[in-house]
Design a protein around this ligand. Sequence first.
Ligand code: NDP
Length: 338
Amino acid sequence: NKQVILKDYVTGFPKESDMQVINGTMKLKLQEGSHGIVVKNLYLSCDPYMRIRMTRVEGPNVLTSYTPGSPLTGFGVAKVLDSGHPNFKKGDLIWGTTSWEEYSLITELEGLFKIEHTDVPLSYYTGILGMPGLTAYAGFYEVCSPKKGEYLFISAASGAVGQLVGQFAKLMGCYVVGCAGSKEKVDLLRNKFGFDEAFNYKEETDLDGALKRYFPEGIDIYFENVGGKMLDAVLLNMRDHGRIAVCGMVSQYNLAQPEGVQNLMCLIFKRIHMDGFAFFDYYNVYPKLLDVVLPYIREGKIKYVEDIAEGLENGPAALVGLYSGRNVGKQVVLIARE
Ligand code: NDP
């Protein structure tokens, strides 16, 4: 049973060599009377928050540290090989929390969902129909209070979450601008996802100036994925009563000292709502997501771009690639086809 383990806690930018692929020896048999399940992992999801779990997380936190020497855990898609739980049976496909290994014995079944719709790619349950999809759906519809015609800006816009938020917003009739870190990604935003405008933030020396160019009348909604300097520039360009949905701050995850944000007084002057949110408060919305988004996928109304690395041994490189923007679209690791 091949596994990806964390060697030790990480400081600074994570490297492939912070992880190691080993042959695990743990027994994968269910104990007599166990309510757990044994699964074959098919797809693993690379998610930016995983970097935070590679440090020793101190104090009360919704994220717990990984244990050096043990496999990483995260979201994935898997097939049930054996089950001691009445809700799951052999052959079921599931998505939810699993480990970075070929086969897993899962005893915490709370975060697992049975996959009912298999006419779409199974890997989508690590993305548009999984945790990032729920994040985009709940973040946009429940947190941003969007209205037709509003001006919306998204950072890390071509990624797993951003590409969806932009398309949801276009379907609602918003004016949507996204930023991303390469020409290829900017082209995707404009040509594939149908954003009104897009720019490469790495080519802008003056982010405030860039935002003024794309939003001469200001921003109603900012979907925040990166934090730091971008947030500072956005605050200067928000309209009165604007909303900022704070989804993530990926530019800060590798810094020992997070960057200070200078322009928070704008929250007062412009009476801005700035709300942090986390997908796990919105599992109740997931059935709604399936009702709305599955038809969008089937009818081609939403496009979803994935970046699939093949094989568990390529998992560490795929994961660290999130922090240099190597991924184009949702980063997934393919472990096995069904
Ligand atoms: P992505 O697929 O967008 O991958 C991460 C991207 O972030 C990279 O491709 C890169 O794109 C960009 N990036 C990396 N480093 C920097 C940097 N220093 N400055 C600016 N951009 C950077 O990831 P997701 O869509 O999965 O996640 C997006 C955000 O949402 C993250 O902040 C994540 O933590 C957060 N999140 C929050 C959840 C919640 O419940 N609140 C749940 C899921 C995700 P580029 O080339 O454009 O720079």
